[in-house]
Design a protein around this ligand. Structure first.
Ligand SMILES: [Fe+2]
Length: 259
């Protein structure tokens, strides 16, 4: 190490490094917490910022992985306005299926995974690592295992949002996740065994089982889970505002926020 003493006059940040040390003074300064003011002023990323950016890039790159055969486990269509049983498909007449790319535009991420081998599945592991999904649990939803099944089902079907992603991986059975498009139209997303879906924070949605009345789903979360649903309207929440800014108003769509 040639540098034994560094002094940065502009900010009065100083750092002494022993001649025998292997510390890289530039790296030392960049990794300091809090970052020196001169780094902040120059817009030079700190280690935390770089790590955050790399995490986002890794998470985004993962969105295009494990897409083969996805149409067999995830389908989407526009819903009719009927008040009939929520467990029915509620197709329009004629049916209006939606390409899964349209779901991506709405911020919905999804994959096709091997649900028969989820405990050893390397692809699931990659997704969890890239997106920081540290928490996992599994729940069975069916009349036999869920007390007050009918009442709970109605509850799940209340339109709501969360301040974090809702991540579900269908291990057995099937269910419907309903979301709204940029023009407030309901889209029904049918998820079967092998389908994994991420609804972004701030996106209004609801869930119901279908007429088969059974789903075994893995729930995932970044860190300690927060399941709190905020029933519509909760447009003032930062997560909602961010979703509207990033997704709904992207490309200059003029969307009325209130129902
Ligand atoms: Fe939810």
């Amino acid at each position: 190490m040639a540098v034994s003493y560094i002094e940065i006059e502009q900010t009065s940040v100083s750092l002494s490094v022993k001649a025998s040390s292997r510390v890289n003074p530039k790296r030392f300064i960049r990794n300091a917490h809090p970052p020196p003011l001169f780094l902040q002023l120059r817009g030079i990323p700190t280690r935390a910022e770089r790590a955050g950016r790399e995490r986002l890039q890794a998470a985004a790159a993962m969105e295009n992985e494990f897409q083969d055969g996805k149409e067999e486990v995830i389908q989407a269509w526009y819903m009719d306005d009927s008040e009939e049983d929520q467990r029915l498909p509620h197709h329009r007449e004629p049916k209006e299926f939606i390409p899964l790319a349209k779901l991506s535009e709405l911020g919905v991420v999804s994959w096709n995974l091997n649900a028969d081998d989820w405990e050893k599945d390397e692809n699931l592991k990659k997704i969890r690592e890239a997106r920081g999904y540290s928490y996992v649990d599994i729940c069975d939803v069916c009349p036999e295992k869920l007390p007050n099944y009918e009442a709970k089902l109605k509850n799940f079907f209340e339109e709501h949002l969360h301040t974090d992603e809702e991540i579900r991986y269908c291990l057995e059975g099937s269910g419907y996740f309903d979301v709204r498009d940029q023009n407030e139209q309901w889209i029904r997303i049918a998820v079967k065994k092998g389908g994994m879906i991420v609804l972004p924070a701030g996106m209004y949605h609801r869930f119901t089982l279908d007429s088969d009345n059974y789903i075994k789903a893995m729930r995932l979360f970044v860190g300690e889970p927060i399941w709190t649903p905020y029933n519509r309207p909760h447009d003032h929440l930062p997560a909602r505002k961010e979703y509207v800014d990033k997704i709904i108003n992207r490309g200059g769509n003029q969307t009325v926020e209130a129902r």
